[in-house]
Ligand binder design. Structure first.
Ligand code: BV8
Length: 245
């Protein structure tokens, strides 16, 4: 049987870059953003996910993230078969596997992924705007929260990239995209830049194959060489098994 990598002419030691979005965590019980029951169906980005919103009404923004942080820490929220399959791929693949996630949950690391980049930050971390400290933060945060490093009150924010802010580790991500043989996009609608531009980046690199694994075609679907559509817990383990066959 020809392995998928042979059919798609992907070397077994090719470097792989994976991009994930909220869709990969949906079956773990976390909301996506743009589905009908998504987060942006009930709150506006302008009210809770921009620096201007935080300056205008910090209590509202703290409440928004406190609710999501508490939700993530609920014991019923666990990594799913898709998160686990990506950790298996990283452990078994001959080349490097870099997992870039737009998600601010911690399900990839709990599934065992190591070479992981949270380009939009992490909701279980705090960031002091007075001294720059980034630290683990699992309790509710508010305007009276005190920085554990500099002791200043009222300058803590969740360590998350809001709209209009520069995502983290962009140079490292672009360098990995320039040198990869396989780009896999999973559970993202392809609406948010610069993540949605990654597939265009790899298309400049003719030896790279781009595959989309998503419930339905994303905004950038036509830019991919191959696609599988369905729930992540079904299509991701199957795709990883084919790659490793
Ligand atoms: C920036 C943290 C400058 C917050 C987030 C150029 C062109 C167009 C727009 C812009 C542009 N430049 C700047 C912008 C503005 C903006 C932007 O893109 N706006 C959009 C809305 C038009 N971008 C920015 O502001 C970014 N900063 O650009 O800085 C710059 C310039 C050059 C180079 C670098 C930087 C900052 C963006 C980051 C904002 N913060 N998150 C928080 O989480 O609270 S973004 C937010 O959207 C989340 O991170 C989320 O992950 C991300 C993307 O959403 P998705 O993950 O794709 O989720 P979505 O619900 O949309 O889709 C889910 C998908 O899963 C669907 O397709 C669905 O079918 C599928 N699915 C559902 N269930 C399943 C499933 N798939 C599989 N299985 C299932 N079971």
């Amino acid at each position: 049987m020809t392995g998928y990598h042979q059919a798609m002419k992907i070397a077994k030691d090719a470097n792989i870059v994976i991009l994930t979005g909220a869709g990969i965590s949906k079956e773990s019980g976390l909301s996506t953003f743009r589905d009908a029951d998504g987060i942006w169906a009930t709150v506006r980005i302008e009210d809770v996910a921009t620096p201007e919103a935080f300056a205008r009404d910090p209590d509202r923004v703290h409440d928004f993230y406190n609710e999501r942080r508490a939700g993530l820490l609920d014991s019923k929220i666990q990594p799913n078969a898709a998160h686990e399959a990506l950790a298996r791929l990283e452990a078994a693949w001959g080349g490097s596997v870099m997992l870039v996630t737009q998600n601010i949950d911690n399900l990839h690391e709990r599934a065992g992924s190591k070479n992981l980049v949270h380009m939009h930050g992490e909701m279980l971390k705090g960031w002091c705007q007075a001294c720059g400290l980034v630290c683990e933060w699992v309790e509710a945060m508010d305007i009276n929260s005190v920085c554990p490093h500099c002791g200043v009150t009222g300058h803590m924010r969740v360590h998350v990239v809001w709209f209009g802010e520069m995502p983290f580790e962009m140079n490292r991500i672009y360098a990995a995209l320039a040198g990869c043989g396989l780009f896999i996009s999973i559970g993202t609608s392809g609406n948010v830049y610069p993540a949605s531009g990654f597939v265009s980046e790899v298309r400049h690199n003719s030896s790279c194959r781009a595959v989309e694994l998503n419930l339905e075609p994303s905004e950038g679907a036509q830019l991919f060489d191959d696609a599988r559509h369905g729930p992540a817990t079904e299509i991701v383990p199957g795709f990883v098994a084919e790659l490793l066959s």
